[in-house]
Ligand binder design. Sequence first.
Ligand SMILES: [Zn+2]
Length: 260
Amino acid sequence: MRVLALAPHPDDEVLGCGGALALAAARGEDARVLVVFDGALGDPLGRFERATYVARRRAEALAAGAALGLAPGAYRFWALPEGHAPADAELLAGARRLAALVDELRPDVVYAPWIGEGRRDHATVARAARLALELAAFTGQAWGYEVATPLTPARTLDVGAVWERKLAALRAHETQLAYRDLAGAATRSAAPRARGLAGGSGRAEAFVPLGRPDEADARLLGARGSPAPLAAHRPVDEDLASAGARTAARARRVRGPRTP
Ligand SMILES: [Zn+2]
């Protein structure tokens, strides 16, 4: 299996799906991360050296990836300027670039922020990811993860076996720890997420299907917009005992498998 996580900023992938990535790596799967934005606005009080700040956050992300057990070279950084609403052309260009990455890496599973994330950069990556998977005619699983805005889980994954790895990865983000207790925030959200899991560890991550572009965004695809529906997200994991997965399975039975 190949896994690709899209992170708006360094640390979002750890908070949102770090456990899922660590579990994939522990199973010997190819787990990759793309960090889309540069993270330059993560130090509003100017506590760190400005000239080296972006490079420092990149180094923190790499250290976090190592803590999760990801292979050296698992991370890519696009370092796009963060913190603004993208123009349509910019969003579409980003989606095309993401689609090319999906074509190159051929992931079976993609993680991205879920569409309801309240932070602008997070929602931007969610929209771009939806467009990109449409452009790439992606037929694998695409899951939205939560960072800033809680979602209603369609899939809950017990990450107790790799919880210490996730905490170690969060501790690698020193520049962010100066502002926020990342480990505390992760721990507080992990326990309620685990509540529905019988015999679970008390530590879980929660996901919803990433979904397809909304109508306005789909219009950006113009003639290239795929007339065929994006294949339903295949529920293949053992941990998919959720309503969302059942819905996807039903949809798959109705539509049948998509031929490449
Ligand atoms: Zn973020």
